[in-house]
Write a protein that binds this ligand. Structure first.
Ligand code: HPA
Length: 281
């Protein structure tokens, strides 16, 4: 089965269960899954109910699509994403992003947990992605191009939509939420980085590092979706952080930041939706 055949099969399977058409697709990162509980839920589909769908195994990640409303905005939300380090082929990692695009989502809103590299950051900060470095992971578009989705050589000069970035910045300001911005570097994981790797990433211009997001953003841009992303800087990265890193620490920091994060995401989704509907963006 080609990646596109698989995608179509997953889409048909979803459509047997719901005809919900989302305007915005939201991917919830480590520890941030609770956002879905604050939505007005219409329907849930466990990934296991979708034939051939890659299943997430990481602790703290629930594996399901939640369909519902954030205020009055129709949203499909991924409670639990697929990571490359779980052993999936990279085309499986981006399948859900493509699938949510097929469902009708115009915007892919990505969230994640990251390690802070920029020394001006502190653990618990949020960072709006202005760009990414995905050079250390396989490109999700490798293989025959899926012409039905997009072009062979898609432009990546503005992966994170400037208009959406501005809306999120404004929203943070209006709600008194401190928001950093910067470049996110994606590495495969699952090991955390060494201090030398963090020094390298700092020299390359990265402000934060994580194990997701960039490949999903590439696939979404390829398919013509508009993309924005916010990271929860859960810890300072190796060598900057004085103590060894643990997943539990990341999870704990994400849990602590969750209420503010939920507010930022919810308000931003409402503003983005309004702007889309009025043609302001
Ligand atoms: N490195 C990579 N991924 C992460 C980190 C980190 O320090 N923190 C949370 N996700």
């Amino acid at each position: 089965m080609t990646p596109y055949e698989k995608l179509k099969k997953c889409y048909e399977c979803v459509r047997e269960k719901t005809d919900f058409v989302p305007q915005i697709a939201l991917v919830l990162g480590s520890g941030l899954g609770a956002f879905a509980d604050s939505m007005k839920k219409v329907c849930e589909i466990d990934y296991r109910e979708i034939e051939d769908f890659p299943i997430s195994t990481v602790e703290g990640h629930k594996g399901r699509f939640v369909f519902g409303y954030v205020d009055s905005v129709p949203v499909v939300c991924m409670q639990g994403r697929i990571h490359y380090y779980e052993g999936y082929d990279i085309s499986n990692v981006v399948l859900p992003a493509r699938l949510m695009g097929m469902m009708g989502a115009k915007v892919l809103f990505l969230t994640n947990a990251s390690g802070g590299i920029n020394k001006k950051f502190s653990a618990g900060d949020f960072m709006l992605l202005t760009d990414h470095i995905a050079t250390f992971v396989p490109n999700p578009l490798i293989g025959p191009n899926i012409d039905e989705l997009g072009t062979r050589f898609p432009d990546m000069s503005e992966v994170y939509d400037k208009k959406l970035v501005n809306i999120i910045k404004e929203t943070a300001k209006e709600n008194n939420i401190k928001l950093q911005e910067g470049v996110y570097a994606m590495l495969t994981g699952p090991s955390f980085e060494t201090p030398a790797e963090i020094r390298m990433l700092a020299k390359l211009g990265a402000d934060a590092v994580g194990m997701s997001t960039a490949v999903e953003a590439i696939a979404a841009r390829h398919a013509g979706m508009r993309v924005c992303a916010v990271s929860c800087v859960c810890n300072m990265a190796a060598g900057i952080n004085p103590t060894p890193l643990t997943h539990a620490e990341v999870q704990e920091a994400a849990d602590k930041a969750a209420p503010k994060f939920r507010k930022l995401i919810a308000r931003s989704i409402e503003e983005i939706s309004d702007a889309l509907l009025t043609g302001a963006v």
